[in-house]
Design a protein. Structure first.
Length: 252
């Protein structure tokens, strides 16, 4: 969240977006602290862990007026009016079948998934795909690609970061993270001088794209934050018919 606030001061155009995102990250930090305090109660089965997750639901829903458009406030009131049954139904549905469209489920369950990942508690009731193009911990789709100095990492220092639990895993550089295309002639990237450390990796086979944050160019970058800050690159990709593998929390 500090990185989001820092970037919001530097980029007037992206300031409203980043300030809203910073508020979301602050809420997720508070959720994570509550989860950490009750770590011993977590089983990895969301159905059994709902009582723990519910403890921070009001914290997020009551802040809806401060983090986005009025539609979010309406959705939060609907969930609050529906009580535990409405919230539980939303959370379990997203956990079993993740979707970019359910904002509150993502905000509430990303801290839960990240907590499980840090503790090494495998999700017990989440059906997930397997393979190198999805998260090896929870099966989530990648949110962003990260480049670091190669070191001992496979694939020349490239990693993917999960959109659900934020786990990082090694991934080959010349490979589409959406469909697995390997032909360099079908793979490309777009780079703007405005974001020297961020680029868009595209695939003309599946028309998918993923943004890459290059930490060798800017080591202070925080991939999930800088990915949001470079929203204009998403607009470039969309205008050319590319589809993002997983939307971020601001819907881009």
């Amino acid at each position: 969240m500090d990185r989001a606030r820092e970037l919001s001061e530097c980029d007037e155009a992206a300031r409203p977006l980043l300030r809203g995102y910073a508020r979301v990250l602050t809420l997720q930090r508070d959720c994570s602290e509550r989860l950490h305090a009750r770590l011993g109660e977590l089983s990895g089965s969301l159905d059994r862990d709902l009582s723990v997750v519910r403890s921070y639901v009001p914290l997020v829903l009551s802040a809806a007026d401060t983090i986005g458009p009025s539609l979010l406030a309406q959705q939060s009131r609907h969930l609050l009016d529906g009580g535990d049954a409405a919230v539980d139904s939303m959370l379990l549905a997203w956990w079993r079948t993740p979707s970019d469209e359910h904002f509150f489920a993502r905000v509430l369950l990303q801290p839960y998934a990240a907590c499980l990942a840090r503790a090494g508690i495998r999700p017990a009731d989440r059906e997930s795909s397997r393979g190198d193009r999805v998260c090896p911990f929870c099966g989530g789709a990648p949110q962003v690609s990260v480049l670091q100095s190669a070191g001992d990492a496979d694939g020349g220092g490239r990693q993917l970061q999960c959109s659900v639990c934020f786990t990082l895993w090694p991934f080959r550089r010349v490979l589409c993270a959406f469909c697995g295309e390997e032909d360099e002639r079908r793979l490309g990237y777009f780079h703007s001088p405005s974001f020297d450390h961020v680029r868009v990796d595209t695939c003309d086979t599946c028309k998918g794209y993923l943004k890459t944050v290059d930490l060798t160019r800017l080591g202070l970058a925080v991939p999930v934050v800088d990915e949001v800050a470079s929203a204009s690159l998403d607009l470039w990709a969309r205008d050319r018919g590319y589809q993002k593998i997983a939307l971020n929390l601001v819907g881009l």
